[in-house]
Design a protein around this ligand. Structure first.
Ligand code: THU
Length: 135
């Protein structure tokens, strides 16, 4: 697992919480934010963006990945995910698979609720999605 110190982790969670506030979620009212740290240190963020045609909704995690890729950044050292509710907001299966496209199984994934952003769970991407699909 790439070493990250507590300040760096909390900074990433703060970015995820800030972008979660900008989620477009008039249907679920469930705000999600994700912050990806690139290998060069830059942070790319994404929120969920819902649509009246529900299936067109994009999750926060994929949005963050796509924001980075659009800037030609495809190498990451960590991701933080923050969402509404008391429960730990584990990323959906689709987002896990998209992260696998760009990130190693050792990628640290910091997950926190918006209510308590200082308390977070740390998992690796490999723990979240073992036996991934590879072409
Ligand atoms: N959502 C995410 O942003 N990330 C996930 O990993 C799961 C779900 C969003 C999609 C939708 O806008 C809302 O949460 C409720 O499903």
């Amino acid at each position: 697992m790439t070493a990250q110190n507590a300040t760096t982790i909390q900074e990433l969670i703060t970015h995820a919480a800030a972008v979660a506030a900008r989620a477009h979620c008039p249907y679920s009212h469930f705000h999600v934010g994700a912050a990806l740290r690139a290998t060069d240190g830059r942070i790319f963020t994404g929120c969920n963006v819902e649509n009246a045609s529900y299936g067109l909704t994009i999750c926060a995690e994929r949005n963050a990945v796509f924001q980075a890729v659009a800037q030609n950044i495809k190498s990451f050292t960590a991701i933080a995910i923050v969402a509404d509710g008391k429960a730990i907001p584990y990323p959906c299966g689709a987002c896990r698979q998209v992260l696998v496209e760009f990130c190693p199984p050792t990628l640290p994934v910091y997950i926190a609720s918006r209510e308590q952003p200082t308390t977070y769970q740390t998992l690796t991407l490999g723990e979240l999605l073992p036996h991934t699909f590879q072409l």
